[in-house]
Ligand binder design. Structure first.
Ligand code: NDP
Length: 335
């Protein structure tokens, strides 16, 4: 049977500045099973993620640039609607990296089955998926989070950040959370129960403010933003503190990052550890994450929230909104 697959592709590379709607286009093509093991999947949820911005330039990053005119890749969850595979039957739920399309044809060996166990599917693109995994690996494998520490988190109301905050609370840490709107501050304080949340856009002198919040300093800073915030955090770390470099969203649209971190002397004198990581290197290290985070989710010790945009054609808008901070929790496109 033939199916019409609609998809979003990039029209031109965006070397710097904010992506805009005209950089994207919706296209379609016919797809049809022609080989053994092929299946057709109908997407239900599509994830938009900050790392995709780097793939919209021609520069080679840790993932290749998106191919102009081709469907954009990324995490998605869908159900099988036609199958020529003995391993996958109709209506089975699967995740893949086929991204911004409503239907796709693929070899079934590129799919992962999801046994949702009555948990809403979208959670498998958030705390139970890649962003939750990133929070967990960053805290426990890259960092060395310990009970009772003082933890600073930036982009704390986002998908990774909100999971980081809650895991640190589960461990009995004091959590100081930074975010970009008062509504997000309220969510962090009232629902996620962090010890202190603040709107960084309203803070005049971040170094002094971080000192006020924790005069003794911070044991661990989970960095999702880079730039000036990172520099301010370095000033306020305790001796032997750890900084986990997870993301640099404040620098994503910038071509010239300026003069760099000016207070490296503090890294030396305080004997800090600063470590970057990419979750793609830890794809096979999921056992502890699956066990712990699913348990915490079911016990309601981890709650999550999604900002949902409906319709494939709205995916570019969702992505642009994500970079502009319009999301609380995970930004998703519902098909
Ligand atoms: P988020 O849900 O946190 O969404 C992005 C958020 O970034 C926005 O909501 C906005 O929140 C914030 N933001 C945007 N611009 C700025 C700015 N100039 N300064 C400070 N904050 C800004 O996204 P994710 O949870 O998916 O990702 C969080 C970070 O983790 C990103 O940097 C991402 O690249 C990184 N990441 C890294 C991975 C890895 O393997 N190392 C894997 C997955 C994600 P606000 O309103 O608070 O400003």
């Amino acid at each position: 049977m033939s199916h019409l697959s609609n998809y979003i592709s990039l029209k031109e590379y965006i070397p710097s500045g904010s992506p805009e709607i005209h950089h994207f286009e919706k296209k379609s093509k016919e797809i049809k099973i022609e080989k053994d093991n092929q299946v057709v999947v109908e997407n239900l949820w599509i994830s938009v993620d900050p790392y995709m911005r780097a793939r919209m330039t021609e520069k080679k990053n840790y993932k290749a640039p998106y191919k102009l005119g081709e469907p954009m890749e990324g995490a998605c969850i869908g159900k099988i609607i036609e199958s020529n595979s003995n391993d996958f039957s109709i209506d089975e739920i699967v995740s893949s990296q086929y991204g911004w399309r409503d239907k796709y044809l693929c070899n079934s060996n590129s799919l992962k089955k999801i046994n949702s166990e009555n948990i809403p599917l979208e959670k498998y693109l958030g705390p139970l998926g890649m962003t939750g995994h990133t929070a967990y690996i960053g805290l426990f494998k890259i960092g060395n989070l310990k009970k009772g520490q003082t933890v600073l988190v930036s982009s704390a109301a986002g998908s990774v950040g909100s999971t980081v905050c809650q895991i640190a609370k589960i461990l009995g840490c004091t959590v100081i959370a930074s975010t970009g709107s008062d509504e997000k501050v309220d969510w962090l304080k009232n629902e996620l129960k962090v010890d202190h949340a603040f709107n960084y856009k309203k803070v005049e002198n971040l170094v002094l403010y971080l000192k006020e919040l924790s005069p003794e300093g911070y044991d661990l800073y989970y960095d999702n933003v880079g730039g000036d915030f990172l520099e301010a955090a370095i000033f306020r770390m305790k001796n032997f503190g750890e900084i986990i470099i997870c993301g640099r969203i404040s620098q994503m649209n910038i071509t010239n990052p300026g003069s760099g971190i000016k207070n490296i002397a503090h890294v030396l004198v305080k004997r800090l550890t600063i470590k970057g990581f990419l979750i793609f290197d830890h794809e096979n290290d999921t056992e502890n994450f699956n066990r712990d985070v699913k348990k915490w989710y079911l016990e309601k010790k981890i709650i999550s929230r999604e900002t949902v945009v409906e319709g494939l054609e709205k995916a570019p808008e969702a992505f642009i909104d994500l970079l502009n901070g319009k999301n609380i929790g995970k930004m998703l496109v519902k098909i």
